[in-house]
Design a protein around this ligand. Structure first.
Ligand code: PLP
Length: 304
């Protein structure tokens, strides 16, 4: 993988040529934020489509603003750099793209007011994130970070220690993925994905004030549910036991895509199989990622 090309400080270079200081604050203190973007290869048209590229860079620049990381690129320039990078790597498969904006090594302290701001973008092939089409999950004993502690909305790298601890706990206990609760005990999200439940024909998802990342796949799911299936999506707080009472549960995320959950805390959800609405949403999601649906072609940026 280190023979792949990366975008580093304005240039496309070989990954092996990137030299990051041991004093870098992203490494020392997690003073960084990132994005996760997917590109989908369409065999029929021999085209690679990046999914909702603009929205990902809008979110990155919003994260940078909150964290006082000043990178001298516009959204259009970042889109252009990403396309050039994918072309240079000549990827013709489903690909994950990771832009990262971070504080360099200007001084020793954990300060966000230095000027040594940096950006890099790397990419790699990435198929199914879990390798499973249905998940058995558990609520973690780790509480999700609050907006006023370490804002999950910013996709700050440091927040992923919270995610990693939750994942470690539940995978050691034999589950596939974790679900976080907020400090007030409401359902929040997974370590790297948003959550939805289906109850009495409605889709419900935690609201953006419940310390979630405002997921781009979440937004896509909400659009597809309302526009294509005519199903109402309600954003509100969800209690832990409402998960057990749900007819269906599913996750959404760039890496996770749309993945049904069939068990929560050893309680079977519905009849223990991926539910009708989860399957429909998943099907619709994959039908729009390769640019074939003219209604959603604005979500897909062609690379070649
Ligand atoms: C904590 C967290 N929640 C939710 C998501 C899903 O967001 P998106 O759909 O934009 O990838 C991610 C992935 O980026 C995440 O890391």
């Amino acid at each position: 993988m280190n023979q792949s090309y990366v975008f580093y400080q304005g240039e496309i270079v070989k990954e092996s040529e990137v030299n990051i200081s041991i004093r870098c604050k992203a490494f020392n203190y997690g003073l960084a934020c990132f994005e996760g973007i997917r590109a989908y290869w369409d065999e029929e048209t021999q085209q690679l489509y990046v999914f909702r590229l603009k929205e990902h860079y809008e979110r990155l620049l919003q994260s940078c603003k909150t964290l006082n990381i000043n990178i001298p690129y516009t959204i259009e320039q970042l889109i252009d750099a990403t396309i050039k990078l994918l072309r240079k790597n000549n990827f013709k498969t489903i690909t994950y793209i990771r832009p990262m904006a971070y504080k360099g090594a200007d001084s020793i302290g954990p300060t966000l007011n230095d000027d040594d701001d940096r950006i890099l973008i790397y990419c790699q092939p990435l198929g199914s994130y879990t390798g499973k089409d249905r998940l058995k999950v558990a609520v973690t004993s780790w509480t999700r970070l609050e907006d006023n502690m370490l804002p999950p909305r910013t996709k700050a790298t440091a927040a992923y220690l919270n995610s990693a601890l939750a994942s470690l706990e539940v995978t050691k206990n034999g589950y596939d993925e974790a679900i976080f609760l907020t400090k007030s005990g409401h359902v929040c999200e997974g370590p790297g994905e948003n959550i939805f439940i289906v109850r009495r024909g409605k889709i419900i998802t935690p609201s953006i004030s419940d310390n979630i990342l405002e997921g781009i796949t979440r937004d896509t799911v909400m659009t597809l549910a309302e526009k294509e299936l005519g199903i109402e999506v309600v954003e509100r707080s969800i209690s832990r036991t409402e998960l057990y009472a749900a007819d269906e549960v599913f996750f959404s995320g760039t890496a996770m895509e749309v993945t049904p959950v069939v068990e929560v805390d050893n309680r079977v959800i519905g009849d223990g199989k991926p539910g009708y609405i989860s399957k429909k949403i998943k099907e619709l999601f994959f039908s729009i990622t390769t640019g074939k649906d003219p209604k959603y072609s604005h979500f897909c940026t062609p690379v070649y």
